[in-house]
Design a protein around this ligand. Structure first.
Ligand SMILES: Cc1cc2nc3c(=O)[nH]c(=O)nc-3n(C[C@H](O)[C@H](O)[C@H](O)COP(=O)(O)OP(=O)(O)OC[C@H]3O[C@@H](n4cnc5c(N)ncnc54)[C@H](O)[C@@H]3O)c2cc1C
Length: 379
């Protein structure tokens, strides 16, 4: 496994730090408060090549691999997890699904627009009654000549309203049959496709999360990704890569929480000493630093394996599971180190604390990651 930071990774990290200081930090608490999804920031990130990190240059992307992708998401999430989450959903889920399973015509049509953020992408698997148990979904597509008619609802969808295009996995066969689901690309403006309720969330508040509703929504056969019955299997493969991006998101939040707590612990005096001089505080920092390092190794290991074309089902689940739990622990200890100030919006600790929790839930909860890992090691 390659552990050296590449020149590209360094360049991406510097670029994001610079961009974040100018365009994200000054406004992020406003967006958080009002739950505004800053589309213009996305367009700017697109111009920097961050909305098509893994898309080959021939389709207008940056043509990077997973190491650069992890660095980009982690660096962005150190600043604002909401922007990191949206970037991950756009790149790994919507764009990633079309990149992996689209035909040449579909890739030529959608990837250049998505890679430059001219269009924002959404990806719909989850439904109100089926989250972890996604295979039991009820949204259906029924064939009618050379069209398919979709009825049902998806919920918790990142960019479910602002997305110009959505990749949706729907039922085309029997409930309970893993080959009974199919993927379609549905463009915003298609009659019968609308956004529903926007969620009012604990954290990740600048990342838009809404329902997507389908009422007799007719899509042409040419909008199908792959073949009938492949949807669920495709989704699981997309999530293998997606989980690396949530591990990166977790890593960024954990590092951001740690950096803030480390600096504060050296500035804040109690009993005429910096609080970092108390063993009770320095041991917290030692635990945080060690766990972040371990999470980083797992995440870059999964990224390196993915670059080499290896199966990463187990490794991406391990990285996602461990890094997300580390993010929650680091953010919790971060608040503790800030004391009462950590409980206020004057310092960044409370936002890391709220944002971190999504990481143990989105793209498969920690319990589901353990199921995936257990299945892999028990076979
Ligand atoms: C901010 C946000 C953004 C999201 N973005 C998207 C998106 O863009 N696209 C999309 O499709 N989805 C998205 N999701 C949905 C997300 O992937 C689901 O919320 C997640 O998979 C969990 O599903 P659920 O919420 O229905 O919880 P449930 O599946 O109802 O789980 C509830 C609890 O039961 C546990 N549980 C369930 N089954 C088992 C089991 N077999 N063994 C042990 N424990 C179990 C879970 O771990 C959890 O603790 C998003 C969610 C959020 C909050």
């Amino acid at each position: 496994m390659e552990l050296r930071t590449t020149e590209n990774q360094r360049m991406i990290a510097d670029m994001i730090r610079d961009f974040g200081a100018k365009h994200i930090k000054p406004k992020m608490m406003e967006w958080d408060e009002s739950q505004e999804f800053p589309i213009e920031v996305f367009k700017e990130l697109g111009k920097l090549g961050l909305m098509g990190v893994l898309v080959p240059t021939e389709y207008g992307g940056s043509g990077f691999g997973y190491l650069e992708y992890v660095t980009a998401i982690a660096e962005l999430s150190k600043i604002d997890g909401s922007i990191g989450l949206s970037m991950a959903a756009h790149n790994s889920l919507c764009t990633g699904h079309i990149l992996q399973f689209g035909n040449e015509e579909q890739k030529g049509k959608y990837l250049p627009k998505l890679a430059t953020a001219e269009w924002i992408g959404a990806w719909g698997l989850t439904e109100p009654n089926t989250g972890s148990d996604a295979g039991n979904m009820r949204t259906v597509a029924v064939q009618d000549g050379d069209h398919w008619v979709i009825n049902g609802a998806k919920n918790f969808i990142t960019h479910g309203k602002s997305g110009n295009v959505a990749v949706v996995i729907v039922r085309t066969g029997e409930v309970g049959d893993s080959h009974g689901m199919t993927t379609f690309v549905v463009e915003r403006g298609t009659p019968g496709f609308s956004a529903g309720r926007k969620e009012d969330k604990l954290g990740m508040r600048a990342s838009e999360t809404t329902e997507m509703i389908f009422e007799d929504c007719r899509v042409h056969q040419s909008q199908m990704l792959g073949n009938v019955g492949e949807g669920f299997i495709q989704a699981m493969k997309v999530l293998d890569g997606g989980r690396i991006s949530i591990a990166a998101l977790s890593l960024g939040i954990a590092q951001g929480a740690f950096d803030a707590a480390l600096a504060y612990s050296q500035e804040r005096n109690q009993f005429n000493k910096p609080i970092s001089s108390f063993q009770g505080i320095s041991f917290k920092l030692a635990d945080m630093a060690t766990e972040i390092e371990a999470a980083s190794l797992l995440t870059y290991q999964a990224a390196d394996m993915k670059n080499r074309g290896l199966n990463v089902t187990k490794e991406s689940a391990m990285a996602k599971y461990y890094a997300s739990e580390v993010a929650v622990r680091a953010a919790t200890e971060g608040v503790q180190i800030f004391g009462g100030y950590g409980f206020t919006k004057d310092y960044p600790a409370e936002k890391y604390y709220r944002d971190a929790k999504l990481c143990t839930i989105g793209e498969g909860t920690s319990e589901i990651q353990k199921l995936v890992i257990a299945r892999a090691i028990l076979k």
